[in-house]
Write a protein that binds this ligand. Structure first.
Ligand code: P53
Length: 478
């Protein structure tokens, strides 16, 4: 294959989320968020959502990897790898501790000023998500999260506050992280809780509630985009979805239609974010199921006015579906309903499918013609230090290399417009789905264990040196 490397200015970097690495959960005036009431789980053991913070429980996000105090050291390591950008999120409850406060918390605002200054000092462009699985806990307890339209206003105020404050420091923004997770995982409670601050009530129709809550969130996102473009017309504001393409199990036409129907749960979000209107298949489905979704006339105007500039997405894996599942092995509950016999899986049961990334880039670009940004991709694995204390993570290098090769084909052969690539968890952090430290993604190792022990010391894995070369050669040396 031709190897011209990547376009000039391609944004190589890494991605994290505030609650998964900052720690300092109650420092600098920060209020508790959804992430602060989630205990640690494990593969197959769900995280518990507690009613407030309960003494004696293990809340891994409270300290996380203490980035809150160590960010300078970490940013220096990102700079050493040559990062062109760094994706993180703003902890909403650092800025508005209760979510409904009149005035923002100055110490919280200052923290991100300092972090962004530190990045810019090295020429690293911040790429910022407004809400990455985090909502002030008070908005959950007293408003029911995004069930309430008041939370739309609180989110808009939060967005405007940070857009104004950082308008000369941050250009790339995203509104809600993996907003579609709550649709794909209706029966796993942490998804609705983290995506929108919602806990389902016994007996309620989860799907109907989800579409209502998502409507409110899509309006909140659109209002933020509209406000942001007024504050700085040069902002690039995107959406963010978890893009797990669903393949038909076979060429049986029924399997093909099944995958089309399942994909609607993904496209629903992108269609509204990108085109600013509800797709026909959603309207028909609501009608068929008798869903009563409250939409105000003004909402439809706002959705149209707040369409995104680019599509940010995570890609970890593909999935498979089949019309008649009685004769096949089922996959991990979290990642899909049917196992793909052609591909292997990680230790956490996540299918490894680099070609699926090229497929994803193609179908999204064909459908929307908008610039794409891969803002998460990576390999969660158990890293073992050798006798010298080094981590030889060739499995991670292999995963990333194969995905970058497919990215390159999408650019060079398929003509996809790709802004950048930020592998997930560029420094080891708390796993979202399990709350573990053991599921590591980083180029940088952090000495911290599942039980909370460890020195928090940082060290470079083999992948650190490899990724540095990838960036230096603009993707020519893989
Ligand atoms: P952990 C499902 C499918 C694809 C991406 O996950 C997903 C999920 C789970 O929501 O989430 C993203 O840490 C998410 C990150 C998360 C990362 O995947 O469970 O945006 O916050 O850490 C990896 O291995």
């Amino acid at each position: 294959m031709i190897n011209k490397g990547f376009p000039e200015g391609f944004l190589w970097g890494g991605a994290v989320a505030a609650h998964q690495l900052e720690g300092g959960w109650n420092q600098g005036g920060k209020g508790p968020s959804t992430a602060d009431v989630m205990t640690a789980g494990a593969h197959g053991v769900p995280r518990e959502i507690t009613d407030g913070i309960i003494e004696g429980k293990n809340y891994p996000n409270h300290e996380a990897i203490d980035f809150y105090h160590r960010y300078k050291e970490d940013v220096a390591l990102f700079a050493e790898m040559g990062f062109k950008c760094f994706r993180t999120s703003i902890g909403w409850s650092r800025i508005f501790p209760n979510g409904d406060d009149e005035q923002p918390n100055e110490a919280g605002l200052q923290f991100y000023d300092d972090l962004f200054d530190e990045l810019l000092k090295y020429g690293i462009e911040p790429v910022i998500t407004l809400s990455h699985f985090e909502i002030p806990y008070n908005l959950v307890k007293n408003y029911g999260g995004f069930r309430s339209r008041k939370v739309i206003d609180f989110f808009e105020k939060f967005a405007i506050t940070v857009f104004e404050r950082y308008k000369n420091k941050v250009k790339y923004w995203m509104t809600f992280n993996e907003i579609n997770n709550q649709a794909s995982n209706l029966d796993v409670d942490i998804f609705a809780f983290t995506c929108s601050g919602v806990t389902y009530k016994d007996g309620e129709n989860r799907e109907e509630t989800m579409y209502q809550v998502v409507h409110n969130e899509l309006v909140a996102s659109a209002r933020a985009v509209r406000a942001g473009k007024k504050i700085n017309p040069n902002f690039e504001i995107g959406c963010m979805v978890a893009f797990v393409p669903i393949y038909p199990y076979s060429c049986n036409p029924d399997d093909m239609m099944k995958s089309v129907e399942e994909m609607h749960k993904r496209w629903h979000f992108l269609d509204v974010h990108v085109r600013g209107e509800y797709p026909a298949y959603t309207k028909k489905m609501w009608e068929r199921k008798g869903f009563n979704i409250h939409i105000e006339p003004q909402d439809l105007i706002e959705l149209k006015e707040g369409t995104v500039d680019y599509i940010g997405f995570s890609y970890y894996m593909s999935s498979v579906d089949k019309a008649d599942k009685s004769d096949v092995e089922s996959g991990d509950k979290l990642v899909g309903s049917v196992k793909n016999p052609y591909i292997k899986e990680s230790d956490w049961g996540w299918p490894i499918d680099p070609v699926g990334l090229r497929y994803a880039l193609n179908v999204m670009y064909e459908r929307y013609n908008k610039p794409l940004f891969i803002v998460e991709n990576g390999f969660g694995a158990i890293d073992v230090k050798d006798e010298k204390g080094e981590v030889h993570d060739d499995y991670r290098i292999d995963y990333l290399r194969r995905h970058i090769e497919e990215m390159q084909k999408a650019i060079e052969i398929d003509g996809v417009e790709l802004l950048g690539y930020t592998p997930w968890g560029c420094i080891d952090l708390v796993s979202f789905t399990t709350g573990e430290m053991k599921k590591r993604y980083g180029f940088i190792y952090v000495d911290k264990n599942n039980d909370g022990s460890g020195t928090l010391e940082r060290s470079k894995k083999d992948s650190f040196y490899w990724y540095k070369k990838v960036i230096e050669s603009n993707g020519k040396e893989l």
